[in-house]
Design a binder for this molecule. Structure first.
Ligand code: OAD
Length: 246
């Protein structure tokens, strides 16, 4: 396949050793998972932007949990795609820091290690009452909200909901990667949610090249050195081969 972005990167590959990657829901679209913005039939008419909030979890607990559980079921059934796998392969030849806004766990299942989960994960549940936290991969969950195994109180998913702070360690590491990378790949994100959407501007300010991989223009496109228009599963394998010199 002739991918102009790949030749553009191949010409520069020798100076691109440290690579930071920021991903969003679009990288999992070809695994069959819904994105957040835009009409997606997989949400079945329910709005994650409305139901994935601390207020909704407190006042419309069952409705909110039903949507989280639906995403857990879809994610458990989904398989990582060629885009996830290409990023895992890139880490075998380059220093790669992968920061994702996704909560589906597909990067890890594709083999990426030390993924910075900026928005948490669907697969860890915690109890505000007693502080218990642990991995739970049962999907669907038999009871909603799931009860805390320690105190019986309602568990919540360890996901960063609207208005909540990001995990400080992950954000710090992602910021550091933005400051020190030679290249940042921005994959499948609309760039609408901060602070994750601010990482490309940091990388640019510190002198990195920015490349977007997205079939549609985004709020970040104007900052890019190169905007590759296409899907993650189509473009990433070719781009990664170009960076590796394969
Ligand atoms: P969005 O739904 O806002 O954006 C998805 C992006 O993926 C869009 O720009 C699409 O054009 C692009 N896209 C669609 N299919 C693609 C494909 N096959 N390959 C590459 N790109 C594709 O999702 P995010 O930017 O991830 O927060 O949204 C950011 C945050 O908003 C999410 O993490 C979520 C939500 O609130 C939480 O869940 C905490």
């Amino acid at each position: 396949m002739d991918v102009p972005a790949a030749s553009w990167l191949a010409d520069r590959r020798r100076s691109l050793r440290r690579i930071a990657v920021v991903t969003g829901a679009g990288i999992s679209a070809e695994s069959g998972l819904p994105t957040f913005r835009g009409e997606d039939a997989l949400w079945q008419g329910r709005n994650p932007m409305e139901l994935f909030t601390p207020e909704a979890l407190a006042t419309r607990t069952r409705e909110s949990w039903e949507l989280f559980d639906r995403l857990r079921v879809l994610s458990a059934r989904a398989e990582p795609n060629a885009g996830h796998r290409a990023l895992a392969a890139l880490a075998r030849s380059h220093g790669v820091t992968l920061a994702t806004q996704n909560i589906d766990g597909l990067h890890q299942r594709a083999g990426s290690r030390d993924v910075l989960e900026l928005h948490g994960t669907l697969w860890r549940l915690s109890c505000a009452g007693c502080g218990h936290a642990g991995v739970n991969e049962t999907a669907p969950l038999p009871l909603l909200p799931p009860p805390c195994p320690a105190c019986g109180g309602p568990l919540r998913p360890d996901v960063v909901m609207f208005g909540e702070p990001l995990p400080a360690d992950a954000l710090r590491a992602a910021t550091r990667a933005a400051e020190t990378c030679d290249l940042m790949l921005v994959v499948g994100t609309s760039g609408a949610v901060y602070p994750a959407a601010g990482l490309p501007a940091i990388a640019r300010a510190y002198g990195a090249l920015l490349v977007e991989i997205n079939p549609a223009p985004t709020e970040l496109s104007a900052q890019m050195d190169y905007a590759a228009r296409g899907t993650a599963a189509m473009l990433l394998p070719v781009i990664v081969r170009a960076l590796r010199g394969d």
